[in-house]
Design a protein around this ligand. Structure first.
Ligand code: OXD
Ligand code: MN
Length: 601
C-alpha cells in the first residue's frame, strides 16, 4: 500500500501509479501543505488496494456489508441526509468574466473563489488521509481521452472512482513526464458535510475543479459532471469537439446492419434504461448494445461524428429499476456494486420502491430507520444510486474500448413532458435539430435538490452541465454542423406523455424499440414521415405496433401535434431565448420564426 506521511513525501519508490511529472507532484505538495493530512495515499486502482479500502470503510461505517450470497462483493453507503443530490445552486463556473460563464451558470470571480476555498480547505484534512487518484476519461488509446487527478479525503470517492474511471498506472502512462501536458486538477474535501459550506467550483481556464462540503456522487466524483461535462464542454469548444450529456447505444438489425445513436435526456429521465433496452419479442433478431449511459464525447472524422464514452461504469438511479423495466441493469447490479441510499432488508439484501418481488413487511430505510409499508417516507431515497462497472452489463457493446469511437447515425433529444411534445419527431436538418435541442424542456426530478415535476427549459439536457456561455454553446453546435458532410439525423422524443386521467399513454422501456426502429429507418432513408410545422412526424401506419396492447386513440394522441399547445410552447421558446439576454445566435431565432410561420401556412 502506498501510504506515506507528508513529512517524508517523496516521489521515490512508492509505486507505478505515482507520476514523475513535476507539475502533478508540485500540485499534490501544495494541496497537502494546505490541507495538512496525516497521510498521503497514492491510489493505483489495484484489487489489493480496493480490498484494503473496503475493509477500512466497513470498520468506519462508511460502507455496510450486504448479504454476500445475495449481492456478492456489494456494499451499501448511507449518505448524510442533507447530501443526497447535485446542488445546482452551489455549483459555480469561475471564468475571468461573468459573460464567459453566461446567463445559465452561477458565476463567481476566480481569485476571490480560490481565496474562499483555500480558507475552507486550510487544515481540512488534519488527522485524515489525503488520497490521490490518477485516472483517465475515455478509452486508453483514444485521441479524445483526458487525464485527471483527483485529491479527496473520502474513501467512498476512491471506491466509486475505481468503478467509474480507468484508474492508476494507465493515467500516469498517458500523462508522461511533460510538465506542460494537459491534465485536470480536482480537489475534493468533505469538510463537515454542511450545506452552508458546500461549493462545487469549476475553473475552466485552469482546467481545475474544487468541490467541498458534499459526499454525493454528482458533486464529488469529479471525473463525471465536473470534468467530463462542465470542464469537458469548455475544452471541447476550444478544441473543436463535443462533450454531451448523452447515452450512446448500438442497434443491430437481424441482418447484421448496425447503427449507433446518441441521446440526451435530463438526469433521471431514463438514459440508463434506454441505453440497455431489450427489444420486445416481436423484434426478434434485433439487438441493442450499450456504449455509454450518461456522457458522450464526440469528434469529427471524415465529415462524420464519432463518439466515445469517457466513463468506465454507471452511476444510475435505483428506484423503479426491475427485471421488467431494465433486466440488463438488474443483472449489472447483482454483484460488485456500491449502493447509495437504498433500503436494507432484514436479511442484508438491498431494496427499493419498484423492485421485483413481494412488497416487504419490514426494512431499514435509506437513513437506517425502521420502515414498514405504512411508513410515510420512501424506503429508498428517490435519488438513491448504484455504482457498477460497465463490464457487468450483459449488453455492453464490443466497441466500447475503440479509441476512434463509434459513428453516430442519429442524435435524440428527450424530455419528460406530460403534454405537447409528441412521442417522436424529426428535425428537417442539422440547424433545425439544434433549435429542437436548444428549446427542449423537462419536468425536474430528484437528481438535483429543489422542486420536482416543474417544467424547465434544459437545452440539450446540458443546463446544469454546460461549463461556459450557453449562447456560445449553441453557436458551437451550429459550427460543428458546418463541418459535417454526413451529419447525424436529429430527433425529439417524449416517452412521458400523459392522458387526461394522468396515466402514461406510452408503455416505454423495451417498447421504445418501436420508436428506435423508425429512427433507424429514417436514417436509412426508408421510413415514411408526415410533414408538420415542428418536423417530420411518425404516422400511425409507420409505427410497428404488432403484439402491443395499446388503445389506437392513444396512438393518435401521442403521435400528434396540438396547435393550441404548440402556440403556448413556441411562446415559451421565445420567453426562454429572451431570458438569455441576447446571447442566442440569430440562426436559432430564425428557426423559431420559421416554425411559427409553418403553423400559419
Ligand atoms: C447523473 C445526473 O447522475 O445527471 O447522471 O445527475
Ligand atoms: Mn447524468
Amino acid at each position: 500500500m502506498k501510504n506515506i506521511a507528508p513529512a517524508i513525501f517523496s516521489p521515490n519508490g512508492i509505486g507505478d501509479a505515482m507520476p514523475q511529472n513535476q507539475s502533478v507532484l508540485d500540485w499534490v505538495r501544495e494541496i497537502a501543505a494546505l490541507t495538512q493530512p496525516e497521510n498521503i495515499f497514492w491510489c493505483d486502482g489495484s484489487e489489493r488496494e480496493n480490498e484494503f479500502l473496503i475493509e477500512e470503510s466497513l470498520k468506519q461505517n462508511v460502507l455496510i456489508e450486504l448479504n454476500q450470497k445475495k449481492v456478492p462483493r456489494s456494499y451499501l453507503h448511507r449518505s448524510n441526509p442533507n447530501d443526497v443530490a447535485r446542488v445546482e445552486q452551489f455549483t459555480f463556473v469561475c471564468t475571468p468574466t461573468k459573460e464567459e460563464a453566461g446567463p445559465t451558470n452561477n458565476w463567481s470571480e476566480p481569485k476571490e473563489t480560490y481565496a474562499k476555498l483555500r480558507g475552507l480547505l486550510k487544515g481540512a484534512m488534519r488527522g485524515r488521509t489525503l488520497f490521490v487518484i490518477p485516472y483517465i476519461m475515455g478509452p486508453p488509446d483514444s485521441p479524445l481521452t483526458k487525464v485527471g487527478f483527483e485529491i479527496t479525503d473520502s474513501k467512498y470517492v476512491v471506491l466509486n472512482m475505481r468503478i467509474m474511471t480507468r484508474m492508476g498506472e494507465v493515467a500516469v502512462k498517458r500523462l508522461g513526464d511533460d510538465p506542460n501536458a494537459e491534465w485536470n486538477r480536482g480537489v475534493h474535501s468533505l469538510l463537515d458535510v454542511n450545506p452552508e459550506r458546500r461549493f462545487i467550483c469549476h475553473f475552466p481556464q485552469d482546467n481545475a475543479i474544487i468541490s467541498v462540503g458534499s459526499g454525493y456522487g454528482g458533486n464529488v466524483l469529479l471525473s463525471k459532471k465536473c470534468l467530463a461535462l462542465r470542464i469537458g464542454s469548455y475544452l471541447a469548444r476550444t478544441q473543436g469537439w463535443m462533450a454531451e450529456h448523452m447515452l450512446i447505444l448500438g442497434v443491430e438489425s437481424p441482418e447484421g446492419k448496425k447503427h449507433y445513436v446518441a441521446a440526451a435526456f435530463p438526469s433521471a429521465c431514463g438514459k440508463t434504461n434506454f441505453a440497455m433496452l431489450i427489444p420486445p419479442k416481436h423484434f426478434k433478431g434485433w439487438k441493442v448494445t450499450t456504449v455509454g449511459d450518461d456522457i458522450a464525447w464526440m469528434q469529427i472524422r471524415d465529415g462524420q461524428l464519432y463518439a466515445v464514452n469517457p466513463e468506465n461504469g454507471y452511476f444510475g438511479v435505483v428506484p423503479g429499476t426491475n427485471y421488467k423495466s431494465n433486466p440488463n441493469a438488474m443483472k449489472s447490479i447483482a454483484h460488485d456494486t456500491i449502493y447509495t441510499n437504498v433500503a436494507l432488508t432484514d436479511d442484508g439484501d438491498v431494496w427499493w420502491e419498484g423492485k421485483d418481488g413481494k412488497p416487504l413487511a419490514h426494512a431499514f430505510d435509506w437513513r437506517g430507520n425502521d420502515w414498514t409499508p405504512d411508513s410515510k417516507e420512501k424506503a429508498a431515497h428517490p435519488n438513491s444510486r448504484f455504482t457498477t462497472p460497465m463490464r457487468n452489463n450483459p449488453a455492453l457493446d464490443p466497441d466500447v474500448e475503440k479509441g476512434e469511437g463509434v459513428p453516430i447515425s442519429a442524435i435524440i433529444f428527450g424530455g419528460r413532458r406530460s403534454d405537447t411534445v409528441p412521442l417522436v419527431y424529426q428535425a428537417f436538418d442539422w440547424n433545425h435539430g439544434v433549435y429542437l435541442g436548444a428549446t427542449m424542456a423537462s419536468e425536474t426530478t430528484a437528481a438535483a435538490t429543489g422542486a420536482v415535476g416543474q417544467v424547465r427549459r434544459d437545452p440539450m439536457a446540458m443546463l446544469p452541465f454546460c461549463g461556459y456561455n450557453i449562447g456560445d454553446y449553441f453557436q458551437h453546435w451550429l459550427d460543428i454542423g458546418k463541418r459535417l458532410t454526413d451529419p447525424p439525423r436529429i430527433f425529439g422524443v417524449n416517452w412521458f406523455r400523459k392522458g387526461v386521467k394522468g396515466q402514461f399513454l406510452w408503455r416505454g422501456f423495451g417498447e421504445n424499440m418501436r420508436v428506435l426502429k423508425w429512427i433507424i429507418d429514417r436514417c436509412e432513408g426508408t421510413g415514411g414521415g408526415l410533414k408538420s410545422p415542428i418536423g417530420w412526424l411518425l404516422s400511425p401506419h409507420d409505427l410497428d405496433l404488432a403484439e402491443l396492447d395499446i388503445d389506437h386513440k392513444c396512438v393518435a394522441e401521442i403521435l400528434g401535434v396540438d396547435h393550441e399547445e404548440w402556440a403556448k410552447e413556441l411562446a415559451e421558446h421565445k420567453k426562454f431565448f429572451d431570458s438569455l439576454g441576447g446571447v442566442v445566435p440569430d440562426e436559432l431565432l430564425k428557426q423559431r420564426e420559421r416554425v411559427a410561420a409553418r403553423f400559419k401556412e
